[in-house]
Ligand binder design. Structure first.
Ligand code: IMP
Length: 193
């Protein structure tokens, strides 16, 4: 069954494809000629996921998932958190965000961090209540970039279990441990898949 993912980011669609098949076939909003004119002004991942879901809810004939995610660093009191995408300003790039984070952390000893992903799901065919699910991925922020895969903060996010950063893992390996995977797995249990 097709499922609408509240994004136009084809990289995210590819990640969701790997996570959702064979149960769902994720499609981007552009496939339904929709746009997502929503300012992510929420104070939590859940609020942002719901802002996007509520915008799409009555426009989609097929089930929808929207998400919001971010990196929480212990030493920085949970920052950048919901502000992860634009941490270094409105014109932020992955590179400038990493730069800012490394500068702020300096040579702190506590480098623990976690990625968090919150997913909101709604099925317009059944019109049952919206389901919210969450996933996390724990790791450490290293002092220099390593690896070229993935996106965002992946090059500085070290996962002890693999002895590698997320950017040094293959897509398949990342999907086994990612916050997005855990959130999807929790969602699947809730909708009995
Ligand atoms: P969003 O959920 O697409 O709004 O993502 C928020 C931001 O969190 C992204 O722009 C990245 O900076 C960061 N982020 C979320 N998930 C990941 C990930 O899997 N790897 C690296 N960075 C991530």
């Amino acid at each position: 069954m097709k499922i609408l993912v509240g994004t136009s980011n084809l990289g995210k669609i590819a990640e969701y494809k790997a996570l959702l098949q064979p149960h769902f076939d994720p499609i981007p909003i552009s496939d339904l000629k929709l746009t997502l004119d929503v300012d992510e002004t929420g104070l939590t991942y859940e609020e942002n996921a719901l802002l996007k879901l509520n915008y799409l809810k009555d426009k989609s004939p097929i089930p929808i998932i929207t998400d919001d995610s971010g990196l929480e660093v212990e030493e920085l009191g949970g920052r950048p958190g919901v502000h992860s995408a634009r941490y270094s300003g409105v014109n932020a790039s992955d590179d400038s965000n990493i730069e800012k984070l490394l500068l702020e952390l300096g040579n702190s000893q506590n480098r623990k961090g976690k990625f968090v992903c919150t997913i909101a799901y709604f099925n317009p065919l059944t019109r049952e209540d919206i389901i919210i699910s969450q996933g996390e991925c724990a790791g450490e922020i290293i002092t220099e970039r390593r690896g070229i895969s993935g996106f965002g903060y992946d090059p500085i996010f070290y996962v002890t279990k693999f002895g590698k950063t997320l950017a040094e893992l293959s897509q398949v390996e990342k999907n086994l441990i990612s916050h997005r995977y855990e959130a999807i797995r929790n969602l699947m249990k809730r909708i009995n898949i």
